[in-house]
Design a protein around this ligand. Sequence first.
Ligand SMILES: [Zn+2]
Length: 297
Amino acid sequence: MAAMLNIDAGLDLVEALDSYASVTLQKTLANSIKLSGMGLHSGGETCVHVHPASENTGIVFSDGKHEILALATNVVDTSRGTSIGFNGARIRTIEHLMSALRGCGVDNAVVEVIGPEMPALDGSALPYVEAIAGVGLAELGAQREPIRLKEPICVRQNGSFILAVPAPKLSITYVLNYDHPLIGSQMITYSPEENDFAKEIAPARTFVLYEDVAGLLNDGFSKGGSIDNVIVVWQDRMSSKLRFPDELARHKVMDLVGDVSLIGGFLQAEVLAVKSGHTLNVEFAREVLRAQESAQT
Ligand SMILES: [Zn+2]
């Protein structure tokens, strides 16, 4: 009996040490960064500053007058990008910066935007990641509490779906499927534990089908779009050499990482997304938030 107690005590100690080893402190940028360039949809010059923020701030956007917390409940538009808004204020195409912040492990930041949307840069999250790496991160005093699922969550829309199940670590698998000779089906899995976000995901650029470009211009979208910041896909060619054979699927994972970060924390789940875009990604983030709320009541 005494031996049994000793074994139990030993196991308790191992568990305690394990949980101590897995403590992750919240992080912010060690210094401010600034990026500027053309907005993809407005075509206007736009500038963004990302500043360090204290623990438990989350990611907060500011247009100089209003502060908007980067949460799925504050999303006001998901056509051709994810826009958040509050009281008439609106900041467009936040997903690539959100993805860069999450991919780099940033919990807290204040994002000051001068202009109607985020700069398109090269169409990827890489310029943001490089700027963040340039200043480095600072650890804060509070512990990061990952957002865990108690049960599976599934959202569907027009043949697309996102299914997430409880898991000890985040892993996201994305399936892209276009009836197009140069795209077809592509599948990619991203896990922060096993993949280098900066090298494998962040460089993947936005793409658009040529057939959609005229329509986009008519709708007032993509005035700032050019082959410098968007891959245009024709039936038989692309506007630039791809950075990865499956760059388009990688970009979709990058978008998903950004949109899922609108749950206001780091998700800990196994996620399978099939053909999802911003609308479904944000709906998924809202479902995670609802599940968190109902778990607390
Ligand atoms: Zn994107």
